[in-house]
Write a protein that binds this ligand. Structure first.
Ligand code: PEP
Length: 251
């Protein structure tokens, strides 16, 4: 059975002292969960967060990386740099990066390959816009994004990749896809993976849902057949609220 993986995406929030306070309050609340718990924090929090999650079951992720190892890329951070301080996960191709920072399916694919090559687990975001949804293009958009993000990967590497299905119209808007619709989209992504890499790989791949996940809807979403947890933005900034999401299966 696939594990549930719940990752917080803090985006551009939290100074180091806020990150430390968060972890100190949050860690005891999630210490008994069997779910994988990840905090994807800003670069400036990484080092502090890694220090403060020692002796806990919380893993740390970054929110972006560059695909080159070193070089004249002012302002960028490489996969090797993240790995060197023991970061475990990295979000790749979040819709905000695709929208505001011109990330493409091609750069997403380069980053995914590099992350896996150095032993980071990528959390690759795919999802349709409101217009694409209204035009009935959801399945086409998400299967194309998934295919291009994973292009050239070995089946073993695909197993080590997490996909986050995040309908763009649901991110930060308070609008959540229904559990049934999100589950159907995730089944579509799993089918695409099965066609390219086989049933065994498709059955192993963790596919999360993201888009206005809260403690009040987490259980309904995460207990469907194919949703393997969530990528959580706004609600991951409050320790108690995020802990309730992580502990969705405890009540
Ligand atoms: C996200 O940033 O990936 C996200 C899903 O945000 P929110 O939970 O705030 O919609």
């Amino acid at each position: 059975m696939r594990k549930k993986v719940i990752a917080g995406n803090w985006k551009m929030n939290m100074l180091p002292n806020e990150a430390i306070n968060f972890i100190n309050e949050f860690a005891p609340l999630v210490k008994d969960t069997n779910n994988e718990v990840i905090l994807c924090v800003p670069y400036t929090d990484l080092f502090y967060a890694l220090l403060h999650v020692q002796e806990t079951n919380i893993k740390i992720g970054a929110q972006n990386m560059h695909w080159e190892t070193t070089g004249a890329y002012t302002g960028e951070i490489s996969a090797e740099m993240l790995k060197s301080i023991n970061v475990d996960y990295v979000i790749i191709g979040h819709s905000e990066r695709r929208q505001y920072f011109a990330e493409t399916d091609e750069t997403v694919n380069k980053k995914v390959k590099k992350a896996l090559a150095v032993g980071l687990k990528p959390i690759v975001c795919v999802g349709e816009t409101l217009q694409e949804k209204e035009e009935g293009k959801t399945a086409n958009v998400i299967t194309t994004q998934t295919k291009l993000a994973l292009e050239g990967l070995s089946p073993e590497n695909v197993k080590n990749t997490i996909i986050a299905y995040e309908p763009i119209w649901a991110i930060g808007t308070g609008k959540t896809a229904t559990a049934q619709d999100a589950n159907e989209s995730i089944k579509t992504i799993r089918k695409e993976i099965e066609e390219n890499y086989g049933k065994d790989v498709a059955e192993c791949v963790i596919i999360q849902y993201g888009g206005s996940v809260k403690s009040t809807n987490a259980k309904e979403l995460f207990t469907t057949s194919d949703i393997d947890g969530g990528l959580v933005g706004g609600a991951s900034l409050k320790p108690e609220e995020f802990a309730k999401i992580v502990n969705f299966d405890k009540e």
